[in-house]
Design a protein around this ligand. Structure first.
Ligand code: NAP
Length: 202
């Protein structure tokens, strides 16, 4: 398969690239490096990316951010940023690809456990993660006639991220194991409309 990985230079994305690259042709994308540069908050850059790559079989998006702040500190700008990056950004990754992706292709988006397991300071992230999951389930219904699949991977805290934050990495899951959930979404042709909890691959 020809697979576009957006966020390929990141912690999770680089492990997804490693896990898929021996069996598939990988197109690496991020804002600053890779085979192509694109910004998921900019629809025009996604359209330019897809038309340059041509037809492909799968898109994996391991990018997008949100503001992690207590409710009382969340500004309008924080909320707009969160909505436009991880939520609308990933929605646009799918919408702008529809005329290019092969029939029987797949999209894999990224949410996170805060969608269902809230933590103080995480209300904006919980909102966007839940939004991505709702979008994935709904979009999968609309794309069934073309046999195009849509799934969302929900990672827990990643060990390397906890370590970088000075926290106990043992409370998280290594990125190499999280990547297995993305592989499952891409390669299991029976999966669509699913939120895949990466902890199943711990
Ligand atoms: N790490 C965790 O503990 C954890 C837990 C749960 C969920 N997640 C989610 O998993 C995803 C990946 O996390 P990560 O830890 O791997 O992040 P990361 O290491 O910061 O990597 C993010 C990747 O996305 C790219 N990127 C960022 N913004 C972009 C944009 N607007 N357009 C295109 N590319 C963009 C980055 O490269 P450029 O800067 O060059 O664009 C980089 O390749 C995120 O959605 C995150 O919320 C992470």
């Amino acid at each position: 398969m020809k697979i576009i990985i957006i966020g390929a230079s990141g912690l999770i994305g680089s492990h997804v690239v490693s896990a898929l690259s021996d069996r598939h042709e990988i197109v690496k994308v991020s804002r600053k490096e890779g085979d192509f540069k694109a910004d998921i908050t900019d629809k025009a850059s996604l359209e330019k990316l897809y038309s340059a790559v041509g037809q492909f079989d799968a898109v994996v998006c391991c990018s997008g951010s949100g503001a992690f702040k207590p409710l009382s500190a969340l500004s309008d700008e924080d909320l707009e940023f969160s909505l436009h990056s991880k939520l609308l950004g990933q929605i646009n990754v799918v919408r702008t690809a529809l005329e290019y992706i092969s029939d029987s292709g797949s999209f894999t988006l990224t949410s996170g456990v805060l969608a269902n397991e809230p933590t103080p300071g995480g209300s904006a992230i919980s909102m966007i993660n839940a939004g991505v999951e709702g979008f994935g389930r709904g979009a999968a219904m609309d794309l069934k006639p073309r046999d195009v699949r849509v799934n969302v991977v929900s990672p827990p805290w990643v060990s390397e991220t906890l370590q970088a934050m000075g926290r106990d990495p043992g409370g998280g899951m290594p990125a190499a194991k999280v990547a297995k959930a993305f592989v499952e979404s891409v390669e299991n042709a029976t999966l669509t409309g699913q939120v895949i909890d990466a902890r199943m691959f711990a």
